[in-house]
Design a protein around this ligand. Structure first.
Ligand code: ATP
Length: 236
């Protein structure tokens, strides 16, 4: 028992007293307690990036992690929220595309999509506007989290400086045909449009090379045990 306590104590970063007192609690509870009691204590936190191509199952994996009570920052959702609410982004978009890009305070998504479609320069300009704001928002979000492991889901982990903000990287991968089938079911887009979006993304092979873990979401291999294995690696 002493050895287990010592091992846990050394891998974490909270004070010995709180640790001993709360040894029977879940590790997250100890962190919360310790941070609550000793506000200045540095809590060790592992930040994990989840990425993958469209339709690979990133959000599905994130939902499992959320159900397991791990905090997950969904960068795509937050980027959409910030694009509609952040003044700096709105003003930047207006400078780039004119006033019509924001109608009644809301972003004209269709117009934006049309403007950046096949226009790498404009796409880059929009990304340069949005990404730093999302990164700042993520930094603020993680400061409020107490969990020893937190996650960020983004399709463009390796294409943006986000990969420098995470300690570990996971790529979710699925066979191409299955991804197309899923997206045809979910979105009202054509197969051609889906393929063109896929071709514009970094390949799975490249992502896997840069990742610490891979989750195979081929609807044959169970996802939960893969997630549990990764969590056990992250905790050890
Ligand atoms: P995007 O980047 O387009 O948002 P994503 O990588 O986040 O996609 P999901 O949204 O998780 O992928 O999955 C795409 C679709 O496939 C969803 O409708 C989801 O319900 C379905 N799906 C994903 N994984 C599975 C699975 N293992 N079994 C059945 N359906 C699945």
């Amino acid at each position: 028992m002493k050895k287990i306590i010592w091992n846990l104590y050394t891998i974490t970063n909270f004070c010995e007293n709180c640790f001993k007192k709360f040894i029977d609690f879940k590790i997250t509870d100890v962190y919360i307690f310790c941070k609550f009691v000793h506000k200045s204590i540095k809590v060790r936190m592992i930040i994990v990036g989840i990425t993958g191509g469209i339709g690979s199952g990133k959000t599905t994996v994130s939902k499992v992690l959320t159900a397991l009570e791990y905090p997950v920052y969904i960068a795509d959702d937050e980027a959409k929220r910030l694009t509609n609410t952040n003044l700096f982004i709105k003003e930047g978009l207006i400078k780039l595309f004119g006033k019509k890009i924001v109608a009644d305070g809301f972003l004209n998504k269709k117009m934006l999509a049309d403007k950046i479609f096949n226009n790498k320069e404009k796409l880059q300009a929009v990304n340069n506007l949005i990404h730093p704001v999302v990164m700042k928002d993520f930094t603020e979000w993680k400061e409020k989290e107490f969990s020893p492991i937190i996650f960020i889901e983004t399709a463009i982990l390796f294409e943006t400086p986000f990969h420098n903000m995470v300690d570990k990287k996971i790529t979710v991968t699925s066979p191409l045909e299955l991804r197309i089938e899923r997206l045809l079911k979910r979105n009202h887009t054509s197969e051609q449009e889906i393929k063109s979006r896929m071709n514009s993304q970094m390949s799975d092979e490249e992502k896997i090379k840069l990742s610490d873990f891979v989750i195979v979401n081929d609807e044959k291999t169970a996802v939960l045990p893969q997630i549990q294995f990764i969590l056990s690696c992250l905790r050890s």
